[in-house]
Ligand binder design. Structure first.
Ligand code: DOR
Ligand code: ZN
Length: 351
């Protein structure tokens, strides 16, 4: 008999793009419905770089929450070459910042103000290590001569490994890990307790061939780009391992359909509408539904030193049909990952 119901502590999403304005209002209810807390990415236009920016953004998120929904946005600082270590430390001390995000300049969406050279933020990183503020990393080199499918593995060798040596107590999360190399690297540092990795639902479900199945599929284009099947398998194996450094981070990244279906389409998969159902799909296919709670609800809080949720949520096997579209007030829309398809599980809310 297949399991008819799945009960787990309320999960958290350790990597979310909520955007701002009308997009924020349209997408926030999906994340807030399933997750208790989420790490909010700061790559707005302009970026949320200072403690004041982040506090104002947090207020806009809280104001956009549907009535009666409890959800805690955990804010991050967008690091630039000009980040002031005192502002960062004051923001952390005031409970505004949970972490800071490193976008190598021009690595991805809205990263033009990112860090051009890690040496420029050496003092910031020293301060973060001192106060225990985690560094969340978009781990791809921006060197155009490096093949797009190799950018994460090369980043690990060229940038991440030396960074950890230079800052021996800095805590880091390799965000949206996509490769066997990432999994191996995180495991090699497991004993130190200072290296974690988030894994998205879409990287557990697709490999690079899916992006070109029967034609080019812009809604499956994200960064880091999905890799070969052997890498997808390595990610599944890490996610279902129950090992502490691996935890849930959807990287749900909404863009209007017009911006995705374009001659130069934006990177990002919008998975928030059925995030847990998608993870359940991947875990079930691997025969490891019993490991979903550790990945989704336990490992992340432990890494961040936060309490695990005391609330429980339920998924049922009745299945869900993914929304076709989420409409925006300007007439545009966001197309959810697996739009219109049937998934095996259905998120039912709190027990
Ligand atoms: O696919 C992605 N979309 N990857 C990122 O790193 C950024 C994100 C976005 O903000 O759209
Ligand atoms: Zn992201």
């Amino acid at each position: 008999m297949p399991t008819p119901r799945l009960v787990l502590r309320r999960p958290d999403d350790w990597h979310v793009h909520l955007r701002d304005g009308a997009m924020l209002a349209a997408v926030l209810p999906f994340t807030a419905r399933q997750f208790g807390r989420a790490i909010i990415m700061p790559n707005l236009k302009p970026p949320a770089a200072t403690a004041a920016d982040a506090a104002a953004y947090r207020d806009r998120i809280l104001a956009a929450l549907p009535a009666g929904v409890e959800f805690t946005p955990l804010m991050t600082a967008y690091l630039t070459d000009a980040t002031d270590p005192d502002d960062l430390a004051a923001g952390a001390a005031a409970g505004i910042f949970t972490a800071a995000k490193l976008y190598p300049a021009n690595a991805t969406t809205n990263s033009a103000h990112g860090v051009t050279d890690l040496n420029r933020i050496a003092r910031v990183l020293e301060r973060m290590a001192e106060i225990g503020l985690p560094l969340l990393i978009h781990g791809e080199v921006t060197d155009g001569n490096v093949d797009i499918f190799d950018r994460e593995a090369v980043f690990i060798d060229r940038t991440l490994a030396p960074l950890l040596e230079r800052h021996p107590t800095l805590r880091v999360v390799l965000e949206h890990a996509t490769t066997q190399e990432a999994v191996d690297f995180v495991r090699a540092h497991a004993d130190s307790g200072r290296v974690g990795a988030t894994i998205t639902a879409h990287h557990l479900l697709i490999n690079r061939s899916h992006i070109f199945q029967g034609g080019i599929r812009p809604h499956l284009y994200c960064l880091p780009i999905a890799k070969r099947e052997k890498h997808r398998r390595a990610l599944v194996e890490a996610a279902i391992s129950g090992e502490g450094p691996f935890f849930l981070g959807t990287d749900t990244a909404p863009h209007p359909v017009t911006a995705k279906e374009s001659a130069c389409g934006c990177a990002g998969c919008f998975t928030a509408a059925t995030a847990l159902e998608l993870y359940a799909e991947a875990f079930e296919e691997a025969g490891a539904l019993d490991k979903l709670e550790a990945f989704a609800s336990l490992n992340g809080p432990r890494f961040y030193g936060l309490p695990v949720s005391e609330e429980q949520v339920v998924l049922e096997r009745s299945g869900t049909v993914v929304l076709d579209l989420v409409t925006l007030p300007d007439g545009d829309a966001v197309l959810p990952f697996r739009s219109g398809e049937k998934l095996s599980w259905r998120f039912m809310g709190a027990v």
